[in-house]
Design a protein around this ligand. Structure first.
Ligand SMILES: *[C@@H]1O[C@H](CO)[C@@H](O)[C@H](O)[C@H]1NC(C)=O
Ligand SMILES: *[C@@H]1O[C@H](CO)[C@@H](O)[C@H](O)[C@H]1NC(C)=O
Ligand SMILES: *[C@@H]1O[C@H](CO)[C@@H](O)[C@H](O)[C@H]1NC(C)=O
Length: 737
């Protein structure tokens, strides 16, 4: 706080900054778009549940099945808080929530992890830094206070404020997924910490605790009977080439159920088992549902029905084909029934009605690759107060339902997508052409969408061709129903450039593109006949009239930002390092201008005034630059440091200069900014409740029709849109204090 105040005092000589109230809302996909590794129900208060995601924060369940995001306040300095690696609720007070946050344990993320603690159900949080890293987006997913990376077991006796290592805990876990690269070479560490509430009276510290450790071929389950003073290996445990994933206690049965998998997950697993441990008798029983060649997966998610002792469910990790699998037993694992079985091959008996009405596009995605039930199913829970209500997380969304007991009667349930409010896509590109849908998105993992309504879930992702990840999308300035989008899969048999002439309703592969080339950024010329493509590993290429793409040898082969002029068909712009390039021959050749982008070493983005040829903005690692003469000279916009995504939008006054939107560092503060006067003054748009995570990872897009409307695509929290809500306060320093 002191630092911020001092900064404020220094600002008075710098350009005026105003802070306008912007009303931020979410562009609705209706649920998911990414991995949900953990869901926890309160055993104390009916209806209270939280779901954690790997890069998109934490959510709380509402009574109407929708979810409310809880970490949207995290801004650029707190982006790693969106990687939630563990989640725990106080068993005596469902308003007390603890999460372990941090994105990666590798060298590329310098941040140590933190524990965030809330005592008001997630409305406000206190952050307690940890002295080691936490990896929400790493292989394997640990549970609260069992650490990764060989950091062992940690204990706090003051509601998370301080942590001490449990030095007499016998194992920190030796398993690594794959030592050959840094991401997978990290020790998975502790897999679960499970308290046996029946071992002590309510209100006193739990005496019996089980801890699963990522070890194979040796002891992996430890326990204490004295609240952690002493620890020992659980006797008689199986030691196989599998590691424990989930350990769940069925208190009234006196049983610990454990799922095992031969890999850390969440993507892998080709064998495993389910074991149950009788706590009083100290005996283990193998209760794996299938064997032999039917056992081509391990196990992840594990749920017990606290209302119906002996009813348990497990999720396969991973049955990639033909679909995921979930098993249910009502006799403590003596026998099981599946969620699907083979009828006469290849016909499947699916023992459910599939209902994706809350997010219809999921049905298109799931049907395309046959996987309705899902994959990466590490989170599986039955509502402790309602045997009919269950939820599980997949790599795509949350499914579940409200008629689970029908599994045991008719063996046919309603499997429903239940992630409304969870918006966890990683957004890579956004456009808002002046006609057609007001917003179209290029999105990681789930393709991209035409958002004909911002408040209704789309019925389909971009299809035919369906790209898993769409790195970029663009529109033609003088023929704005003409669009281009690209895919990222160089191994695909479909060409990774697609064209639409009807605002994205239908698409055709661009036959000028060769298979095997993918990714990067794309721009389409003003008349829509030329596509300029800065590929991820084949340099910059250009194609006119869908003729074969050819290399643009006058541009550097990597690190190039590109854009099309939106008025003149022959004109394209490029920037790299501190150089700016212009093509006036339909992208065939580019010439570097003599004026440079100052001391920049990386050019990040280019946007244009859509009404005027040669009026161009460029963002770089060292500032924000504007030219009105095609780069013959540049104005350096005062106050900006590193700037990333930039966009123009509708002008404030009809016929006036477009609004300019910037995600970047202004007077040393990373934020979202708008100027209505060609960069003389700026308004900060992000606020205390909407931080948007990592600034450099986000994309911004001004609406071409409505002044003040802006779209921010995040790396894990989907798309937000903001509207000017009128009250604008002129401030220079106090917003920083
Ligand atoms: C993380 O914690 C370690 C151990 O306390 C410390 O040495 C390191 O400087 C911390 N890293 C950061 C980025 O704060
Ligand atoms: C565990 O044992 C199996 C069978 O002996 C062996 O193939 C595997 O490499 C072992 N795993 C580790 C991590 O030692
Ligand atoms: C379960 O019910 C759905 C919807 O009624 C039906 O489509 C499906 O075929 C049923 N499953 C089986 C195996 O009968």
């Amino acid at each position: 706080m002191l630092g911020r105040s001092l900064l404020g005092l220094l600002l008075t000589a710098l350009p005026l900054l105003t802070s306008a109230a912007t009303s931020w809302k979410q562009v609705k996909l209706g649920g998911g778009g990414g991995f949900v590794p953990g869901i926890v129900f309160s055993t104390k208060t009916k209806g209270v549940a939280y779901a954690r995601t790997d890069i998109g924060g934490l959510y709380k369940l509402n009574s109407d099945d929708s979810w409310t995001p809880l970490l949207d306040w995290a801004g650029n300095d707190k982006w790693h808080n969106w990687g939630v690696d563990a989640l725990a609720l106080d068993p005596t007070n469902s308003n007390k929530v603890y999460i372990a946050v941090g994105m990666y344990t590798n060298s590329w993320d310098p941040n140590n992890g933190s524990i965030l603690a809330s005592s008001d159900g997630g409305s406000t949080w206190t952050e307690y830094p940890l002295s080691f890293k936490v990896g929400g987006n790493m292989p394997g997913r640990t549970l609260f206070f069992g650490a990764r990376s060989g950091n062992g077991l940690w204990k706090s006796t003051n509601s998370g404020a301080t942590w001490t290592k449990v030095t007499n805990f016998p194992s920190t876990g030796t398993y690594v997924q794959d030592a050959s690269n840094e991401y997978t070479a990290d020790k998975v560490g502790l897999a679960f910490v499970t308290f046996d509430a029946s071992s002590s009276s309510s209100g006193s510290a739990t005496k019996r605790i089980f801890v699963g450790v990522a070890n194979v071929n040796t002891t992996s389950i430890y326990y204490t009977e004295d609240g952690g003073s002493t620890w020992a290996a659980v006797p008689g445990q199986p030691t196989t080439n599998n590691l424990p994933h989930k350990g769940v206690i069925s208190p009234s049965e006196g049983l610990l159920y454990v799922t095992f998998n031969n890999n850390a997950g969440p993507y892998d697993g080709t064998i495993g088992s389910i074991q149950k441990y009788n706590i009083a008798a100290k005996t283990w029983t193998d209760i794996t549902p299938v064997s032999g060649s039917d056992l081509y997966f391990g196990f992840g998610g594990l749920a017990v029905d606290l209302q119906k002792p002996g009813t348990i469910m497990v999720a396969a990790l991973n049955s990639w084909w033909p679909d995921g699998q979930i098993f249910r037993s009502t006799n403590s694992g003596a026998s099981w029934s599946p969620l699907w079985s083979w009828a006469s091959y290849p016909t499947m008996n699916r023992y459910y009605k599939y209902d994706v009405s809350l997010a219809p596009w999921i049905g298109v995605t799931a049907t395309d690759d046959t996987k309705q039930i899902g994959w990466m199913m590490e989170a599986l829970v039955i509502d402790p107060f309602d045997s009919n209500h269950w939820l599980y997380g997949t790599g795509l969304t949350i499914y579940g339902g409200h008629d689970l007991l029908q599994w045991d009667t008719t063996h046919n349930i309603t499997l429903k997508s239940l992630a409304d409010g969870i918006e966890e896509t990683a957004v890579l590109g956004l456009i808002s052409p002046p006609t057609g849908p007001q917003l179209l998105s290029a999105v990681g993992d789930v393709g991209g969408f035409s958002h004909s309504s911002l408040t209704t879930a789309p019925s389909t992702p971009f299809n035919t061709p369906l790209y898993g990840t769409t790195p970029d999308i663009d529109w033609a300035g003088q023929a704005p129903t003409n669009l281009v989008r690209i895919g990222s899969d160089a191994s695909s048999t479909s060409r990774q450039v697609a064209l639409s002439t009807n605002s994205g309703a239908t698409w055709n592969e661009d036959y000028g593109a060769a298979t095997g080339i993918a990714g990067g950024k794309v721009a389409i010329s003003a008349a829509g006949d030329v596509v300029l493509w800065a590929t991820s590993s084949n340099g910059v290429m250009v194609s006119r009239y869908t003729n074969a793409f050819t290399a643009v040898s006058s541009l550097p082969s990597s690190g190039v930002a590109i854009a099309s002029d939106k008025v003149t068909d022959s004109t394209f712009y490029a920037a790299s390092g501190n150089k700016f390039y212009v093509s006036t021959d339909f992208g065939v050749t580019f010439a570097a201008k003599s004026a440079t982008l100052g001391s920049s070493s990386t050019a990040n983005d280019i946007t244009v005034n859509v009404k005027v040829t040669g009026d161009v903005w460029v963002s770089t690692d060292a500032g924000l630059y504007h030219t009105t003469n095609s780069g013959t000279s540049f104005t350096t916009i005062t106050g900006f440091g590193a700037t990333w995504s930039i966009s123009t939008g509708a002008p404030k006054t009809t016929g006036g200069y477009p609004s300019v939107f910037v995600i970047g560092t202004y007077n040393s503060v990373v934020g979202v900014y708008r100027s209505d006067d060609q960069g003389s003054t700026w308004t900060r748009l992000d606020d205390a409740a909407h931080g948007f995570g990592s600034g450099s990872a986000n994309v911004i897009c001004g609406d071409q029709r409505t002044w003040g409307r802006v779209y921010v695509g995040t790396n894990g929290r989907g798309i937000f849109y903001g509207d000017e809500s009128g009250s604008s306060t002129s401030t220079v320093s106090h917003i920083f204090t």
